[in-house]
Design a protein around this ligand. Structure first.
Ligand code: RAM
Length: 339
């Protein structure tokens, strides 16, 4: 089934690129298109499907680009390494990776770069040396501090708090959690205690089980922070199913289209996120400009990124997209129709 989805997406990507860029149906020209792959943590995640939409949008605008969406069936570095090996053999032009591990991919991405493939990471980054540009959705400190503030407001600044994360190796979640652990030491949070960090691996069933495990282990649990779209959705469902709405608060990084029900019925009072469509769109533009030779991908380079304007590459290739939005009952419907 999953293989079928990958194949269908590949075919769709090829067909749409073909129709939009060539119009007349010139197969030779199609083969000459710049092939840019968005390699995500895992398939079946609505967040990354929105990223893929952004890739296709950018490819259509750029005209000579084919956007290809790929990912392993579960969020592992091994699965991504296997795919990158295949992409090297296929001689694609560029790969933008949301990495399942900051370091484990480096040997294979180095091999890809040596073979002339341009490699950037986005969303969940690869350490320096394993990619050229690293596009973060927002400032790490800002995200971590905001998550603690959001749960504090929901819990009246008191009680036991747990974190339900994605995988234990995820670069992005681990960086945010490190900030949360520091942030919660601030005086205004003195009556809040971080009791546990558990991992749902960005799989809906495991995340759900981990949430239920927290309710059992901590009968006085006041709130959960889940900085993953998969986790926050699963935990919200677990809270509702277990009749804990109002007793256990939940916040995190949630996709409005998936969380509308839980925001509107008050299970999740508020949560944050950025626009994943913009992330796929920006990544595709950055790679396309690097492949075309318009920029090197070095600090100080300015990328002309379509409707995202000009993106400046920072020191060590690190680049930030924008600020997270906060969603609540008042604005969720508007955003749910977009991503
Ligand atoms: C999940 C993934 C992704 C993360 C979002 C917030 O979809 O873990 O990497 O950025 O949540």
């Amino acid at each position: 089934m999953k293989n079928k989805i990958v194949l269908t997406m590949l075919l769709l990507a090829m067909v749409s690129g073909f129709v939009f860029a060539n119009g007349g149906g010139d197969k030779a020209a199609d083969a000459e298109k710049t092939k840019i792959v968005l390699l995500v943590k895992s398939l079946g995640n609505g967040f990354f499907e929105a990223v893929a939409d952004g890739g296709v949008e950018a490819a259509e605008e750029l005209g000579n680009v084919e956007s290809i969406y790929m990912g392993p069936s579960s969020a592992t570095a091994e699965g991504q390494i296997e795919i990158i090996e295949t992409l090297i053999a296929q001689k694609v032009d560029g790969i933008a990776i949301s990495a399942n591990d900051p370091d484990a991919l480096i040997p294979v991405t180095k091999k890809a770069m040596k073979a002339g493939i341009r490699v950037i990471s986005f969303d969940s980054n690869i350490s320096s040396g394993g990619r050229e540009v690293a596009l973060a959705p927002s400032d790490t400190n800002l995200i971590g501090q905001q998550q603690v503030k959001l749960i504090a407001e929901l819990c009246d600044y008191k009680g036991e708090i747990a974190i339900l994360s994605a995988t234990a190796q995820a670069t992005n979640q681990n960086a945010w959690i490190a900030v949360m652990k520091e942030a919660i030491k601030a005086p205004e949070y003195k009556d809040m205690k971080l009791v546990d960090v558990v991992y749902g691996d960005d799989a809906a069933d495991k995340s759900y089980r981990e949430a239920v495990g927290l309710f059992e282990k901590y009968p006085n649990l006041a709130g959960i922070i889940s900085p993953t779209t998969v986790g926050v959705l699963a935990a919200s469902k677990a809270i509702e199913d277990e009749g804990l709405k109002g007793k256990v608060q939940i916040t995190g990084l949630g996709l409005p289209s998936e969380m509308q029900h839980y925001i509107e019925n008050g299970t999740c009072g508020q949560m944050a996120l950025w626009n994943p469509v913009d992330l796929g769109y920006s990544s595709t533009y950055i790679l396309a400009r690097m492949i075309a030779g318009d920029i090197e991908g070095k600090a100080g380079d300015k990328v002309d990124a379509g409707r995202m304007g000009s993106i400046t590459i920072g020191p060590d290739g690190e680049t930030i997209m924008g600020e997270p939005f906060v969603f609540n009952k008042d604005n969720i419907a508007k955003y749910a129709s977009i991503f």
